[in-house]
Design a binder for this molecule. Structure first.
Ligand code: 8YV
Length: 323
């Protein structure tokens, strides 16, 4: 008999994906659905042919044992900064991710955060629910109009462009961007956007700065105390990318001193631990990493991982390979 490859899912996945994977593989589910430790992952690397992690797992170099059984890591998500890709490469383990399928969901949520922040939606809801609303008045809880304002996109990849399209088409915003790799005209897909040649120039040109670059590596603390100071009390910062792109302690301090206009955050430096000083910071909107959280998108992400595993074990070409 041919034994079926052993696959570990480190969290519970959408039911239809678990069902599909179980038809072909010996699947082990993390029934408790709690995050696994790096040492548990290291043990799993010795027992399973495929390990499928998420952003809640830390696969640093210590997660890679000598002579692992695992041959592929099918990451549930597009961001792979929680995986030491060099260690995977050295251990000859393939790594795949899920680009594209979560672009719209993440761009939608980014727009949601922009509206929550500039129109003070969370603040207003808290006031009403807590019985503090004094009734309508002309100067009550005024926010900032988006039309004619400039949205600065840091990282003009798939998600950055989808956010820019929405902001320009739906709200009449101007777009500025900074991108490591210059974009070709065709990649802008009809968007009229100002290319900035530095993060500083992007900050200067923008009313709202939204982060859409990968985390980790050189992007760690790209938004540091100096750049927050440059933003000043009138600009807003949005992060639906990765927590470590911002120096979170410096941001918290800037928010507490009202030294920047505000921040809308879906991602954090040490999820799910959020320091109390950030939890109670004025003019911050905080969400629990919901960027890709629609039923449709999470199912599509899982199916994409399943496609990658199938291709790997069929010996066909591995699209979405990152290592
Ligand atoms: C996921 C994400 O929720 O894809 C990413 O990089 O941050 C989100 O879509 C998360 O990564 C799940 O692993």
């Amino acid at each position: 008999v041919v034994t079926r490859p052993r696959v570990l899912l480190t969290r519970r996945w959408p039911a239809e994906v678990e069902t599909r994977l179980s038809a072909r593989y010996q699947v082990t589910l993390n029934e408790a659905d709690v995050a696994m430790s790096t040492s548990e992952i290291r043990r799993a690397m010795l027992e399973y042919d495929a390990v499928c992690p998420t952003v809640s797992d830390r696969l640093d170099v210590s997660a890679f044992p000598d002579r692992p059984r695992a041959r592929i890591l099918g990451n549930f998500g597009v961001g792979v900064n929680h995986i030491d890709l060099a260690a995977a490469q050295a251990a000859d383990i393939a790594v795949t991710n899920t680009p594209g399928v979560l672009t719209d969901a993440t761009a939608d949520l980014t727009i949601g955060l922009i509206l929550m922040l500039t129109r003070r939606l969370a603040e207003g809801e808290r006031e009403l629910r807590q019985g503090r609303w004094q009734g309508w008045r002309p100067t009550h809880m005024m926010g900032m109009a988006l039309s004619g304002r400039t949205l600065g996109i840091l990282g003009m990849g798939r998600i950055g462009r989808a956010v820019a399209q929405r902001a320009q088409a739906a709200f009449g915003m101007k777009i500025a961007y900074f991108s490591r790799t210059p974009l070709r005209e065709t990649e802008l897909e009809g968007l009229s956007a100002l290319a900035c040649d530095s993060v500083e120039a992007l900050i200067d040109a923008s009313d709202i700065i939204s982060l859409h670059c990968p985390g980790g590596g050189a992007n760690r603390h790209l938004i540091d105390a100096g750049r927050l100071r440059r933003m000043g009390p009138s600009r807003y910062l949005i992060n639906t990318a990765r927590g470590d792109i911002i120096d979170q302690a410096a941001l918290t301090d800037a928010l507490q001193r009202r030294a920047i206009g505000g921040a809308g955050l879906d991602v954090f430096e040490n999820e799910p631990d959020i320091p109390a000083t950030l939890l109670n910071a004025p003019n911050a909107v905080l969400l629990p990493h919901l960027g890709s959280a629609t039923r449709e998108t999470r199912a599509a992400m899982g199916m994409m991982v399943a496609d990658s595993l199938d291709a790997f074990f069929d010996g066909t070409e591995l699209v979405n390979r990152v290592a």
